[in-house]
Design a binder for this molecule. Structure first.
Ligand code: IPD
Ligand code: CA
Ligand code: CA
Length: 269
């Protein structure tokens, strides 16, 4: 059985506590689908409640740490080295539509580096966790990225923000990757896309313009499972640009080359 460190225990307990509320609310959302008003306000409340639980739990366990939460924003801590980066509900549109694919994501940054990450998928009771240098796990099973070497065998996930709907670069890339891979998926929860790359279910994941709370924990999961993560230019600006390409160790390089070529072509007048 994998030994979880005290900080992973704190993060897991907070995620599980927030998820209990989310699961209750998700049951309610399924009922609200057919009502005229729809579940919109109810979902915003579920999101805020989860945010509050996570903030309370994490602040109680590590009072001085700084915070970067999607819903409640940034708070500087007395401990300048550490910061929690949290998405209380990743996959909100799925949640709103009664689609059981959403997660709680908690990353811990130390001196600007992600050192611990937890992604919890409540409907499957799957807890993904990783600590720098100690590996990535799904519940108690050690994770390793998939061993597939051919793009033609790869299943690759992507995502698209509503505000990027008219981004020609996205569609150019999507077309090239769709033409090269065995399958392309858009699941709607970036933290889980990354966790699935770590678990070897997906060979790769890419997206433009994500926020730090979508990817902080997932980046560490993929790395600790033996995969590679970069931005879409091959650099390491993921947490600031929000652009990301995560893949198994065999396919990151060929995919990064494909992205480079396609973007070069798409930019030519
Ligand atoms: C979104 C999801 C989605 C991604 C969006 C994110 P939210 O987060 O991760 O998969 O495509 O860019 O904003 O709003 O559900 O927390
Ligand atoms: Ca998110
Ligand atoms: Ca969210």
């Amino acid at each position: 059985m994998a030994a979880r460190s005290p900080v992973i225990n704190v993060m897991s307990a907070a995620a599980l506590k927030a998820a209990r509320g989310l699961i209750r609310d998700f049951g309610e959302v399924e009922q609200l689908q057919v009502s005229v008003k729809g579940p919109g306000d109810f979902v915003s409340n579920a999101d805020l409640k989860a945010d509050r639980i996570l903030r309370d739990e994490l602040m109680r366990a590590r009072p001085g740490y700084g915070l970067l939460f999607e819903e409640s924003g940034a708070v500087e801590g007395s401990d300048k080295r550490h910061r929690w980066i949290v998405d209380p509900l990743d996959g909100t549109i799925n949640f709103l539509h009664g689609i059981p694919h959403f997660a709680v994501s908690i990353g811990l940054e130390r001196d600007g580096e992600i050192v611990a990450g937890v992604v919890y998928e409540p409907t499957r009771d799957e807890l993904y966790w990783a600590e720098r240098g100690a590996g990535a796990y799904l519940n108690d099973r050690r994770l390793r990225v998939s061993a597939r070497r051919q793009l033609s065998e790869a299943v690759i996930a992507t995502g698209l923000r509503a505000s990027d709907r008219d981004k020609p670069e996205y569609f150019a890339l999507n077309e090239t990757i769709t033409g090269s891979a065995a399958g392309v998926r858009r699941f709607g929860a970036a933290a889980l896309d990354l966790a699935y790359v770590a678990a070897g279910r997906l060979e790769a994941f890419w997206e433009f313009g994500l926020s730090p709370w979508d990817i902080a924990a997932g980046i560490l999961l993929v790395r600790e499972a033996g995969g590679y993560v970069s931005d879409l230019s091959g650099g390491q600006t993921m947490l600031t640009s929000g652009d990301i390409l995560a893949a198994n160790d065999h396919l990151h390089l060929p995919l990064a080359a494909l992205v480079r070529e396609t973007r070069g072509r798409a930019r030519k007048p």
